[in-house]
Design a protein around this ligand. Structure first.
Ligand SMILES: Cc1cc2nc3c(=O)[nH]c(=O)nc-3n(C[C@H](O)[C@H](O)[C@H](O)COP(=O)(O)OP(=O)(O)OC[C@H]3O[C@@H](n4cnc5c(N)ncnc54)[C@H](O)[C@@H]3O)c2cc1C
Length: 475
């Protein structure tokens, strides 16, 4: 047999996950002129793009245009898409070992971190992940009911960009939401929402907030919501003041503080909703009998740890105020996959530069197994951060082609995966199918006067494809 990566023996790689890191890995694998590669991308959903479709806020449509780059990658002859195929259920590691030289996991971080406080499991307490998935039409969250019509006050715990997204969507007017690709159900529920107050709670101060400048600026430009920052919350403590005056001060932090001070000096205009930003506070308990009725918070102060980082610690000042709904947005974590090492503490797959290792801290690589994106490094950075991250992993994989440490598949015929999925009655979705679904969603949008109306259940997606096929037989 000729060497791996040649025309007669192409390098065959399975990529699990079609979010940004999956596509950037496919790009890196197919771009190397010296290597012939065949890449199959699998996703558990019939739709591609991971969090670009199911996470990025529906009112940030421009960001979603990054999918055009992914479309070009998927259109390559040596790249195939198998949607609606879940690793661990429809296909297993042993199946991949028979058909590919390597697998690269790019499954993202589908779960969230908990607050670990009493009352967290009461009705009305949710992860931001659930709300985000729901308003973005992710099939896993289609059935959620946040009872927004009965809600007056919401607490969003966390001050990262996801918390900003959640706050904005809760505060948007119906007219603003009509210009987005928000899921239809969410559009309707938000139109009937009783939300008047949205508290955003940050455990550290304004100078340590993770949100970026455009996101905090947007909160001050809402059609139907005033931003309220109590002066006491916008005022910096002595340690933060010292940081801001030092040459270590980050431009983003300086601008965030300026914007928040401007908000603190603003008079509310009497809009129907208020976004109330609180800093140096942590929730310590969610209170209610069977449903969240209030949140207890404690005031924090900052101290400098051994490494010079400013950390929060609780004081004895407490406060309780009524809320009907709580969204925690304090971080994402991955979920373990069958037969794949997992580092539970970080919620990631242990790896060294993208090569999966037996366990965290070990240098011993597991042959043929690689990882990229959020499941490799944790939930950090922007979409573009996943490109160099995926390139690093692919470079490790390509180096291993030369050293001969990849798998030796017995079935290298491209039809083998199609046959296996058919044998198992797995109704997979091809790239052509996805393009058809995409077109149908855009057409539904046109009818509704919106950019796109999404299909939000897998059944609806598959039925729509069947209908389209029946309407154009032989297509
Ligand atoms: C709410 C939110 C908003 C964001 N907004 C922005 C933004 O505005 N701008 C920005 O730059 N970045 C934003 N990000 C960050 C950005 O979305 C991530 O950097 C990026 O999506 C991570 O890519 P990934 O490929 O690692 O994971 P993901 O995008 O999560 O993709 C993982 C894919 O794997 C699939 N998958 C999971 N398990 C399996 C399995 N067992 N079998 C098969 N497939 C599987 C999933 O269905 C999914 O399609 C946001 C993130 C979140 C959470």
């Amino acid at each position: 047999m000729s060497s791996v990566g040649t025309t007669s023996n192409p390098l065959r790689v399975a990529i699990i996950g079609s979010g940004p890191s999956g596509f950037y890995a496919a790009e890196a694998l197919t771009k190397k002129a010296a290597i012939e590669a065949e890449v199959d991308i699998f996703d558990r959903l019939p739709t591609p793009y991971g969090l670009v479709r199911g996470g990025v806020a529906p009112d940030h449509l421009k960001i979603k245009s990054v999918t055009r780059v992914y479309e070009r990658i998927a259109a390559l002859d040596n790249v195939r898409f198998f949607g609606n195929v879940e690793f661990g259920k429809d296909i297993l590691l042993a199946d991949l070992q028979q058909q590919y030289h390597a697998v690269l996991f790019a499954v993202g971080s589908a779960s969230d971190k908990k607050l670990g406080i009493p009352g967290e499991d009461l009705k009305g307490s949710f992860a931001a992940t659930e709300f985000v998935g729901w308003y973005n039409g992710h099939p896993d969250y289609r059935h959620y009911d946040f009872e927004l019509d009965k809600v007056e006050s919401v607490a969003v715990v966390g001050v990262g960009n996801v918390a900003m997204d959640v706050t904005r969507i809760l505060a948007r007017s119906q007219a603003e939401l009509m210009e987005t690709d928000i899921a239809d159900d969410a559009l309707e529920a938000l139109a009937n929402s009783g939300v008047k107050k949205i508290y955003v709670l940050g455990r550290r101060g304004p100078a340590q907030a993770a949100f970026t400048n455009p996101e905090i600026k947007e909160l001050g430009e809402m059609e139907e919501a005033d931003i309220v920052v109590p002066m006491a919350d916008a005022t910096l403590d002595a340690l933060s003041e010292a940081y801001m005056e030092s040459d270590k001060a980050d431009k983003k932090d300086i601008r965030n503080v300026e914007i928040l001070k401007e908000y603190a000096n603003r008079e509310p205009e009497g809009k129907p909703k208020q976004i109330i930003m609180r800093f140096l506070v942590s929730p310590t308990e969610l209170i209610g009998t069977d449903h969240v009725e209030a949140v207890k918070i404690v005031k924090n102060e900052l101290y400098q740890d051994d490494r010079g980082n400013l950390r929060p610690r609780a004081t004895d000042q407490e406060e309780t105020f009524p809320v009907d709904l709580v969204f925690r947005s304090v971080g994402y974590r991955g979920v373990p996959l069958a037969d794949v090492p997992f580092y539970d503490k970080w919620g990631t797959i242990p790896n060294v530069d993208g090569r999966i290792v037996k366990e965290f801290g070990s240098e011993e690589a597991v042959p043929g197994m690689y990882v990229a994106g959020w499941i490799k490094r944790g939930p950090s950075g922007i979409i573009g951060t996943n490109r160099p991250d995926a390139v690093e992993s692919v470079n490790a994989l390509l180096a291993d082609v030369d050293s001969g440490t990849l798998w030796s598949p017995s079935q290298t015929d491209r039809a083998a995966m199609v046959n296996l999925l058919k044998e198992r009655n797995v109704r997979y979705v091809t790239w052509q199918d996805w393009l058809r679904l995409d077109q149908l969603e855009l057409e539904r949008g046109k009818v509704a006067g919106r950019p796109r109306v999404k299909f939000t259940t897998i059944k609806a997606m598959l039925d729509a494809l069947d209908e389209a096929k029946n309407a154009a037989p032989g297509d």
